[in-house]
Design a protein around this ligand. Structure first.
Ligand code: PGA
Length: 253
């Protein structure tokens, strides 16, 4: 069955020591908090991956993710990080296709498809991000646009591979803008994504794939968004940088 998940994306924030302090605050808070959240994933900068992976070993609900990986396994790619390097420091997930990487690093659907293969081929689970710009939303073409993102980067996979995929729907117009999709807008797209999975892979895959909402999700609006039938949790940016806010989002189910 699909899991209730809250993932925190720290993006390019926090020094090494500040990141470890935030992590420790989250761990302490989690052990005290009562919550229904089945998995918490922290997508930290690379510099934190090894330490936080060590620190979360005894915490079953916590997993660690990298925010990106290269599509090639190794080689002359100065400044890049491979999937096997990520696995070697203990992380178990990687974010692929975040809109900031699509936008600033020109990551195409084709490159993302290769990254997905590289990750799954190395036993790294994938949080795959999709979502439309405001222009596409206003044109009314947003469902087709997200369909195409999913088809191009995920629909070559086998049915079995989906047990290692989490999908995050993040409308670009809502990321970091304080503008959140309404619960109806979120539900419409999540339901669509689930229907798309069902038509490509059957009901079992559709009903066991977690679909997270991202885009200015915070301690105030998480409850309403998470109450939608096809919203299985959130991918949180800004509000993941403060332990109290992040913990309250975790308690929103
Ligand atoms: P935000 O970011 O919560 O700051 O809007 C979400 C994301 O980009 O994953």
């Amino acid at each position: 069955m699909r899991k209730k998940i809250v993932a925190g994306n720290w993006k390019m924030n926090k020094s090494y020591t500040d990141g470890i302090s935030l992590f420790n605050e989250i761990i302490d808070g989690l052990s005290l908090a009562e919550h229904q959240c089945e998995k918490v994933i922290l997508c930290t900068p690379y510099i934190h991956l090894q330490k936080v992976s060590e620190l979360c070993k005894n915490h079953q609900t916590l997993s660690i993710a990298a925010q990106n990986c290269h599509s090639e396994i190794a080689g002359a790619y100065t400044g890049e990080i491979s999937v096997s390097m990520i696995v070697s420091v203990g992380a178990t997930y990687v974010l692929i296709g975040h809109s900031e990487r699509r936008m600033y690093n020109a990551e195409s659907n084709e490159i993302l498809s290769k990254k997905v293969d590289a990750a799954l081929g190395n036993q790294l689970k994938v949080i795959f991000c999709c979502g439309e710009s405001l222009e596409i939303r206003n044109s009314g073409e947003y469902i087709n646009y997200v369909n195409n993102q999913l088809e191009s980067s995920l629909f070559h996979l086998t049915k079995e591979a989906f047990s290692n995929i989490v999908i995050a729907y993040e409308p670009i117009w809502a990321i970091g803008t304080g503008l959140t999709a309404t619960k109806e807008q979120a539900q419409e797209m999540h339901q669509h994504i689930r229907t798309k999975l069902a038509s490509g892979y059957g009901l079992e895959v559709a009903n066991s794939t977690s679909i997270l909402y991202g885009g200015s999700c915070n301690a105030q609006n998480a409850k309403e968004l998470f109450s939608q039938v096809d919203v299985d949790g959130g991918l949180i940016g800004g509000a993941a940088l403060k332990a109290a806010d992040f913990l309250s989002i975790i308690q929103s189910f």
